[in-house]
Design a protein around this ligand. Structure first.
Ligand code: MN
Length: 153
């Protein structure tokens, strides 16, 4: 588990977000979720199950829904698996204050996942098909570009 940063940023007496203290074994296919987050700056959070936690990215404009569109994604701290179910209001004064709602969710098939690259087939309700993320050093230390990948033959 790599949830140290997640815990450090939050006061679970004040926020209703999951504590992530319950470790869970992976069940079935790996999952993903996209949460719309009305924080100080409106954005979408893209999270995928990797090694028992949700690897997480803030995507200011949301994931591309057509080929040829590249969007900036900033990697954020890993979130606990329970976070995939979270919707609600993070209270004023807390980290990420604002309303969170689930925009899409589903499972995915891994083509390749490393610390520098993700290549997955998403099977959500809105997002379906191949998505690729690659590091984008010009955008900063934790920056990636996300775009639709070509379908495999
Ligand atoms: Mn967020």
């Amino acid at each position: 588990m790599t949830l140290g940063e997640y815990h450090k940023k939050r006061d679970f007496v004040k926020t209703g977000e999951p504590t992530g203290n319950d470790e869970r074994e992976p069940v079935g296919k790996p999952i993903f979720v996209v949460q719309e987050h009305h924080a100080t700056t409106h954005h979408f959070d893209f999270r995928l199950e990797v090694d028992g936690v949700l690897r997480s990215f803030a995507v200011p404009k949301g994931l591309p829904e057509e080929p040829g569109v590249r969007r900036l994604a900033i990697q954020t701290e890993d979130h606990p698996m329970d976070y995939a179910e979270f919707e609600g209001e993070i209270p004023e004064g807390q980290y990420g204050a604002g309303k969170v709602s689930i925009w899409d969710r589903g499972t995915y098939v891994k083509n390749k996942i490393s610390s520098d690259e993700l290549d997955v087939d998403l099977k959500g309700e809105k997002l379906r098909g191949r998505y690729v993320m690659v590091r984008f050093p010009k955008g900063g230390e934790n920056s990636f570009l996300i775009f639709q990948g070509k379908e495999k033959k």
